[in-house]
Design a protein around this ligand. Structure first.
Ligand SMILES: NC(=O)c1ccc[n+]([C@@H]2O[C@H](COP(=O)([O-])OP(=O)(O)OC[C@H]3O[C@@H](n4cnc5c(N)ncnc54)[C@H](OP(=O)(O)O)[C@@H]3O)[C@@H](O)[C@H]2O)c1
Length: 361
């Protein structure tokens, strides 16, 4: 019988996946950090008509190395060191702007979503490598495709996971161990309600927070989590699973856009979709400056070539062509203080309208 250890089975994807895999004949070790929360899983197991031995409940807190060691040891002992798969599902989120996010909250998200996965992998990998087979399924998210305001910690944890998994997959593949990333879109689980919102009163970000939470914490398009359980089961049972598996229409669109669009258009779309204001134009001052003919060029980048009393310059600055030509004999119009130089015999370069010549050194 194929065996699987799943983390975070007290609710959501973990619970659904545990029940589905047990129904499909897997020997499931459903782990959770707090065994007092097992009632929902037991109820679903009973409803599904599962035999008592089909689903074992194990205590495992992914952020506690001792708990991970004990939990994994128990599973390896029961399976005779022959664990076939692990589903790294446990995860949390917190909603806050970065500036107002306490450091301990940020670290807790990273400890759970990122270091938690590393803790479990470290424990299961030796047995899988020695056996020459094993699958490690990692619950990433469509948040790995784009940044989103208020959930920077969550996004960072999932981006970190993706880079880590891509690297480790290359290391362990020759030993017959596969890493797979599941990237769900929005699904109706308890993560939306359980994630804390940190928004201090009188915050300069109050408008952004209001806008982001106007439609509630959970997006209206969130779908049935059973879909994710089904996708995970198919990945586990496939001989050639894809390394990345976006799940749900929103995740597939995001994945496609991530591959296709550069940062600028992607962020423009996200801003439009979320109804965010455009960034404050920082170029306004500079543009006004340029239009007034006082282009500021860093002093160390400007070199002048003396030509008697009439100094000219070689190279070009980026003055827009619609600006009237700058006077020849006035280097100060560039905002550059150019010291006098000895007379040179080199001819003055040809100058065209709308540009002033500066040589970058
Ligand atoms: N729902 C979505 O739309 C969505 C989308 C993309 C990705 N995901 C990812 O899917 C995974 C599952 O989340 P979910 O949506 O099913 O949310 P959920 O219902 O809140 O489930 C999260 C599970 O993780 C457990 N957990 C939290 N910290 C833990 C720890 N330190 N050690 C062990 N277990 C811990 C929770 O246990 P407690 O009950 O004790 O807190 C719970 O069982 C997460 O990694 C999440 O990032 C979710």
């Amino acid at each position: 019988m194929r065996s699987v250890l799943i983390t975070g089975c007290s609710s959501g994807f973990g619970l659904h996946t545990a029940i589905l895999l047990a129904r499909r004949g897997w020997w499931v070790f459903a782990s959770m950090r707090n065994l007092d929360k097992r009632a929902a899983l037991d109820r679903e197991a009973e409803r599904a008509g599962l035999s008592p031995g089909a689903l074992r409940v194990v205590r495992l807190d992914v952020t506690d190395p001792a708990s991970v060691r004990e939990g994994v040891e128990q599973v390896l002992e029961e399976t005779g060191q022959a664990l076939d798969a692990v589903i790294q599902n446990a995860g949390i989120s917190v909603a806050s702007t970065f500036e107002e996010l306490p450091d301990e909250e940020l670290r807790q998200v990273m400890e759970t979503n990122f270091f938690g996965v590393l803790n479990v992998t470290r424990r299961v990998l030796p047995a899988m490598r020695a056996r020459g087979r094993g699958k490690i399924v990692i619950m990433s998210s469509e948040s790995a495709f784009f940044g989103t305001p208020l959930v920077s910690a969550y996004c960072a944890s999932k981006w970190a996971l993706e880079g880590w998994a891509e690297s480790v997959a290359l290391e362990v593949a020759p030993f017959g161990v596969r890493l797979v990333l599941v990237e769900p879109g929005a699904y109706r689980t308890s993560i939306w309600e359980s994630s804390r919102l940190i928004a201090p009163e009188g915050s300069p970000y109050a408008g952004l927070v209001q806008r982001m939470l106007a439609k509630g914490k959970q997006p209206s398009h969130a779908r049935d989590p059973a879909e994710v359980a089904e996708a995970v089961a198919r990945l586990l049972e496939s001989n050639h699973p894809r390394f990345r598996k976006p799940v749900g229409p929103d995740a597939r669109v995001s994945s496609f856009a991530h591959k296709l669009l550069p940062y600028g258009p992607r962020t423009f779309l996200i801003r439009k979709l979320l109804g965010l204001p455009p960034p404050r134009a920082q170029g306004v001052e500079l543009r006004r400056h340029l239009l007034s003919g006082r282009a500021r060029v860093p002093r160390r980048r400007a070199t002048s070539i003396g030509s008697g009393g009439n100094r000219t310059h070689a190279g070009r600055c980026e003055t827009p062509s619609r600006i009237a030509p700058l006077p020849r004999n006035r280097p100060e119009c560039l905002g550059v203080d150019i010291p006098p130089r000895p007379v040179s015999s080199r001819p003055a370069p040809d100058r065209s309208a709308g540009s002033c010549d500066i040589r970058a050194t």
